[in-house]
Write a protein that binds this ligand. Structure first.
Ligand code: DOR
Ligand code: ZN
Ligand code: ZN
Length: 364
């Protein structure tokens, strides 16, 4: 059995849904899915119900993650039209400030140019600022950050024009980084009928084959891979009003390895995009005594019902994958072994200070 040993993977962009929608995913099930996929650290997005835009919501999320996370984690804080003056005080407890500049799931879309500029100026200059932006909005976000003298990270770049714009900005020395998802690297709008129209809803939408090819041709510009693991239940996806989003934690690594097999990326280039660059961009601590073992010859078929995610479906249903995670060791202990989650809920660590640490200490 050819075993490949990798450092623990980092996913800088997941939606674990708790608090607010535990029927879609919980910290328990979402971090189980992470470990099964080879991820030992996940950074969670703020578009919960209620959204994580202040200390109260952040401490509620911190409490549930602290009790239930099976792998290491961090929280992105959400920007809104009102909180620009208040976010910097929360920077020590978060891994980044997320701005929603185009429409997607949740209530956090900011309409005004003023709010974008205010957040780019007010957020701590050394803490990551990231955004959901598509098309022309990406240009606005890059310029606002540049004029504020700071870096910006563009989430889930999906189109040719966008990656080429980011390339041009980088060539000018502008401080912009970006991530792409496995689904935008492997699926296109031609796959929508087979996936089903509701299930195929995702933001950014699945794009054209030319867009996918442009992402693949510009991997040198792509700093990170991120799953954007965004679980919704099958009844929700198959409803009249399907929410956008795909579960992705358990299918990502074999797809990333397929890019290496196809000669689009070296193994070191993959490790940069799933470990080293996310760690650098989001200022994450090194995970010691932490690694992942992958049987590179293992061939398996994706069946949603077999996954650990509570969503129990995948846009890659029926795909044949090569590469199976056989073991994950996190902080010196087995966390996943031969198909079984070993790490206990609550064993994961916050990569930042816990906002509740003082009050929890006070209570004990
Ligand atoms: O498809 C998406 N789903 N895109 C996003 O930006 C948000 C996510 C979600 O939270 O469901
Ligand atoms: Zn997004
Ligand atoms: Zn997302």
């Amino acid at each position: 059995m050819p075993i490949l040993k990798l450092p623990g993977l980092i996913d800088p962009h997941v939606h674990l849904r708790e608090p607010g929608a535990p029927h879609k995913e919980t910290w328990d099930t979402g971090t189980a899915a992470a470990l099964a996929g080879g991820f030992t650290c996940v950074l969670d997005m703020p578009n919960n119900t209620p959204p994580v835009v202040d200390a109260t919501a952040l401490s509620a999320k911190d409490r549930v993650a602290r009790e239930h996370a099976r792998c290491d984690y961090g929280f992105h804080l959400g920007a809104n039209e009102e909180n620009a003056a208040d976010t910097a005080a929360l920077a020590p407890y978060t891994v980044g400030l997320k701005m929603y500049l185009d429409q997607t799931f949740g209530p956090l879309k900011m309409e005004g140019l003023g709010a974008l500029i205010a957040h780019a100026r007010a957020w701590h200059p050394d803490h990551p600022l990231l955004c959901h932006a598509e098309g022309r909005t990406i240009a606005a976000a890059i310029l606002a950050a540049h004029l504020a003298g700071r870096a910006i990270h563009i989430c889930h770049v999906s189109r040719k024009d966008e990656i080429e714009l980011i390339r041009a900005a980088k060539e000018q020395g502008i401080r912009v980084t970006c991530e792409v998802t496995p689904h935008h690297l492997f699926l296109t709008d031609a796959d929508i009928p087979a996936i089903g129209p509701g299930r195929a809803e995702v933001r950014p939408r699945l794009a054209t084959a030319a867009d996918r090819d442009a992402l693949r041709a510009n991997l040198t510009i792509v700093d990170c891979f991120a799953t954007d693991h965004a679980p919704h239940t099958l009844p929700e996806k198959d409803s009249e009003n399907p929410p956008p989003g795909f579960p992705g934690l358990e299918t990502a690594l074999p797809l990333y390895l397929a890019l290496v097999d196809a000669g689009l990326l070296t193994l070191n280039g993959l490790i940069e995009r799933v470990v080293t660059n996310p760690r650098r961009i989001f200022g994450l601590p090194e995970q010691t005594e932490t690694w992942v073992e992958v049987d590179t010859a293992a061939v398996w078929q994706v069946h949603g019902a077999d996954l650990f995610t509570r969503a129990r479906w995948s846009p890659f249903e029926g795909w044949t994958m090569r590469g199976g995670v056989t073991r994950v060791v996190l902080n010196g202990k087995d966390a996943f072994r031969d198909g079984t989650i070993v790490a206990a809920p609550g064993s994961g660590r916050n990569v930042r200070k816990s906002i509740n640490e003082m009050s929890l200490r006070g209570a004990s």
